[in-house]
Design a protein around this ligand. Structure first.
Ligand SMILES: Nc1ncnc2c1ncn2[C@@H]1O[C@H](COP(=O)(O)OP(=O)(O)OP(=O)(O)O)[C@@H](O)[C@H]1O
Length: 302
């Protein structure tokens, strides 16, 4: 099916946000076409939630521009063009699930029928339960229903499957597929490579407030792949190792060190020059999963 709207779904240009000394988002440029399903991947503190907050107009950027289907974020939200599911969104505790979903639907011009939304979100069985009595996973699914009921062109989800068990996750992604099969656009933040891999067309990897990789899952995996250098080096200083040229991340276990590298030759040379006592050097290919973790690890990247 063709996308519901024409033009770019999301355009972020030179987006920056600082909280005191912390640069939460540090120059993010991103264009998402209608119908794309994009995973925003990265470790804690990478800047995913802050980017999403700016996309939804909940936080004003210090610098840069945001547009959603050509609209300012606030307008896109009030017009129901974008539906959002946020990590900590409060629910009216005394209302039942069906009441909340119906109420939010009534605020929109062209809502989906409540019964359909409850079904798609997998909460038919708790429709008459008060929100105060919901489990963590049921609360998440209720938040999803609220995001869906306005029949938005773009869904923005911040770590949607947190607190869901395996079967709830599976059900959740099945409902998402139904949504995207109709040509809708989705941007979701996650910590999990496997979710991105299974569900997204495109992965945008954030780290330290910046986009460090952007492409198909396969392309990002390739960009993340590298080699490791292992050696014996008693009393090694992890930070100095991580600062060596060609090194993405360093770890120290007893006398053994491990360097994840973008350029293993440069790293090995620099290691031997700076630490002449290093011995038993081994260079090997990193598993893709390990390389990916290294790229998103919270250790200082070089
Ligand atoms: N309101 C705020 N006040 C101060 N610092 C903030 C605020 N919001 C975010 N930060 C900081 O900005 C950085 C980016 O945080 P953000 O929540 O955007 O990251 P994230 O990638 O969504 O992380 P997580 O996966 O843990 O949700 C962090 O260092 C965080 O502590």
């Amino acid at each position: 099916m063709t996308p519901v709207r024409v033009g770019t779904a999301i355009t972020l240009r030179g987006l920056r946000k600082r909280y005191g000394d912390v640069v939460a988002v540090d120059g993010v440029d991103l264009v998402v076409a209608p119908g794309e399903v994009v995973a925003l991947l990265g470790p804690n503190g990478a800047g995913k939630s802050t980017t999403i907050d700016m996309l939804l107009g909940l936080t004003a950027p210090d610098d840069g521009d945001v547009s959603v289907f050509g609209l300012a974020p606030h307008e896109a939200v009030t017009r129901g063009v974008v539906g959002a599911m946020l990590q900590e969104a409060a629910l009216p505790e005394d209302a039942t699930v069906a009441e909340v979903v119906g109420m939010v639907g009534s605020l929109h011009d062209d809502p989906l029928p409540t019964a359909e939304v409850l079904r798609r979100s997998g909460i038919v069985d708790v429709a008459n339960r008060r929100c105060a009595k919901l489990s963590g996973g049921q609360r998440q699914r209720t938040r999803f229903a609220i995001a869906l009921v306005g029949n938005p062109d773009l869904l923005v989800l911040d770590e949607p499957t947190t607190a869901m068990d395996v079967s709830a996750r599976k059900e959740f992604w099945t409902s998402m597929r139904e949504f995207t099969d109709q040509g809708r656009t989705v941007l979701f933040a996650t910590h999990y490579l496997e979710e991105a891999e299974e569900f997204a067309d495109r992965v945008v990897l954030m780290r330290g407030g910046k986009i460090v990789a952007d492409g198909t899952v396969a392309a990002v995996r390739e960009a993340a792949s590298g080699r490791t250098v292992r050696a014996t080096l008693p009393g090694a200083d992890r930070e100095r190792l991580a600062a060596l040229p060609g090194v993405t991340a360093a770890s120290v276990r007893g006398d053994r060190i491990e360097l994840v590298c973008t350029d293993a030759d440069a790293a090995a040379r620099a290691l031997l020059i700076e630490f002449p006592r290093a011995k038993d050097l081994e260079v090997s290919s990193v598993g893709l999963e390990a390389a990916f973790l290294a790229l998103t690890s919270e250790q200082e990247q070089r």
